[in-house]
Design a protein. Structure first.
Length: 140
């Protein structure tokens, strides 16, 4: 990550500590990648979500339940049927709560730990709620 940029006033902020509102105008902040810096990036470490940490918002405390690193399965017959020579399906059911939402939950709970938050609230009736519940239960 390079910077946080305000979507309203275009203020530029350092990416750490993590936050979502601009201190100048209250606008939403978005992470802005420096694509030139990413060109020759080599990823190291275990094959999981945190392997790509250099692309993610900075966090000091990592909340992880071994999310990511899920397998790809070649779907030859489906690919033939829809005219694709190389079609692969990502098996996200291998994540801790069987959902790709575990990736975002890991980052959100890591962010909350960095900010010393004692609770999280999420309006959902789906997989994100289940995932956040699991990560919050583990990391308090």
């Amino acid at each position: 990550m390079s910077v946080l940029r305000c979507t309203q006033c275009s203020a530029v902020l350092k990416p750490y500590p993590p936050r979502h509102r601009c201190p100048e105008c209250g606008g939403l902040l978005e992470y802005e990648l420096d694509y030139e810096r990413l060109k020759d990036r080599a990823f190291q470490g275990s094959f999981n979500f945190w392997r790509y940490r250099s692309l993610l918002p900075e966090v000091k405390n990592v909340a992880s339940m071994r999310e990511g690193g899920t397998p790809l399965h070649r779907a030859e017959r489906l690919g033939e049927r829809i005219g694709l020579k190389h079609l692969y399906l990502k098996d996200e059911t291998r994540n801790p709560t069987n959902s790709f939402r575990d990736r975002s939950a890991a980052l959100l709970v890591s962010n909350a730990l960095d900010l010393n938050r004692e609770c999280m609230v999420c309006a959902t009736n789906g997989n994100l709620g289940a995932s956040l519940s699991a990560y919050c239960a583990k990391y308090g």
